[in-house]
Design a protein around this ligand. Structure first.
Ligand code: NAD
Ligand code: TYD
Length: 353
């Protein structure tokens, strides 16, 4: 049976990829997004004439609006992507992270609780609140420490991860206190089409395409686990369909790599996919810059729970996923131009000088 899903933050990177996939599954999507610098309606251009996608510009902190949408569209699930999501921006100015990630999640959650409590019994049993979070809440690992499991204690180190950790605790508390059928997913670093080029992968792809320096923080040996966005969206769909309320699921790509490995692979792929570029070999653009304050050394995800219990596994290798990603950026110059606004240029200048 198809569902109606209230998606928040569905004009951002992961949210828009999720919305597109849910429409392919014929689920109706009500998409609430504030359209901050990170939200872009071009991400959803394919759905312009699609009556099954209802876009609403607004804030998850606006309780009246959230209430109206819940009452009006009677969703079977809420999936919360809306967030400030960039660590470097959270170091520069944490206020909006507290506002959206903590206060916003609280308001959304509390409105969802009131809505859920009034549903008829059968619909109340089926309702789900899925909160999309990050592996960064678990803190930083040493080189030989085992990967994060769902039982790893929270130990966030940046204003971003601290705000996500706070929101996770609220979601958890709403399950335990009120019984709201909520689930939390903690995923690793996503990459793929439509990612705003402040994050590592798209920043490096776009800079390399334009012959600009590729700024690697510190020694470039920080490790992240890399997850292709479509694999992540499929895991979220499974968590909605088969996940158990009150549970947390870690989602990772089984792909631990240093930043230097990521950028070198990406440059080699670009050499091959854009052989006429004036900047081949693109790796000659690599530049080491000042490290990020409090830079977490290593994240690694143990995703055996979602693999074993829900039957999910990542389909893409880093190379196959990155090929799709680079192809998308090469094929969408209009999207690339659209994000090069004054605000984006301002951020790049502030961050990299
Ligand atoms: P993004 O920054 O690309 O998109 C965030 C979206 O939320 C934007 O469209 C923005 O307009 C919207 N938004 C911001 N504040 C809002 C508000 N107050 N009300 C309504 N909408 C608002 O983020 P993303 O990379 O797509 O991440 C989505 C979620 O996944 C976030 O919660 C993030 O913490 C989590 N996550 C992301 C990654 C990653 O690698 N990108 C990894 C782990 C977890
Ligand atoms: P990022 O994409 O910001 O994700 P996160 O900090 O949430 O993991 O960064 C990924 C890694 O890449 C992280 O170790 C910081 C590093 N990095 C750089 O070396 N240079 C850059 O310009 C950026 C944006 C990130």
């Amino acid at each position: 049976m198809t569902k109606t899903i209230l998606v928040t933050g569905g004009a951002g990177f992961i949210g828009s990829n999720f919305v597109l996939r849910e429409r392919m599954r014929d689920n109706r999507v009500v998409n609430l997004d504030l359209l901050t610098y990170a939200g872009n309606l071009l991400n959803l251009g394919e759905l312009n004439d699609d009556a099954g996608h209802i876009f609403v510009q607004g804030d998850i902190r606006d309780r009246e609006l959230v209430r109206k949408l819940l009452k009006g569209y009677q969703p079977d699930a809420v999936v919360n992507f809306a967030a400030e999501s960039h660590v470097d921006r959270s170091i520069d100015s944490p206020e909006s992270f507290v506002q959206t990630n903590i206060v916003g999640t609280y308001h959304l959650l509390d409105e969802a609780r009131e809505y859920w409590q009034r549903l008829a019994a059968e619909r109340r049993d089926r309702f789900r609140f899925l909160h999309v979070s990050t592996d960064e809440v678990y803190g930083s690992l040493g080189p030989l420490e085992p990967a994060f499991t769902e039982d790893t204690p929270y130990s966030p180190n940046s204003p971003y991860s601290a705000s996500k950790a706070s929101s996770d605790h609220l979601v958890r508390a709403y399950f335990h206190t009120y019984g709201v059928p909520a689930l939390i997913t903690n995923c690793s670093n996503n990459y793929g089409p439509r990612q705003f080029p402040e994050k590592l992968a798209p920043l490096m792809v776009l800079n390399a395409m334009q012959g600009k320096p590729l700024p690697i923080y510190g020694d470039g040996l920080n490790v992240r686990d890399w997850l292709f966005v479509d694999d992540h969206c499929d895991a979220l769909n499974l968590a909605l369909e088969k996940g158990k309320p009150g549970e947390t699921y870690n989602i990772g790509g089984r792909c631990e790599k240093t930043n230097l490995e990521i950028v070198n692979t990406l440059c080699a792929l670009l050499d091959e996919m854009a052989p006429d570029s004036a900047y081949v070999p693109h790796c000659s653009l690599i530049t080491f810059v000042k490290d990020r304050p409090g830079h977490d050394r290593r994240y690694a995800i143990d995703c055996s729970k979602i693999c074993g219990e829900l039957g999910w596994s990542p389909k893409e290798t880093f190379e196959s996923g990155m090929r799709k990603t680079i192809r998308w950026y090469l094929d969408n110059p209009q999207w690339v131009d659209s994000i090069k606004t004054g605000a984006y240029r301002g951020w790049i200048l502030k961050q990299y000088g």
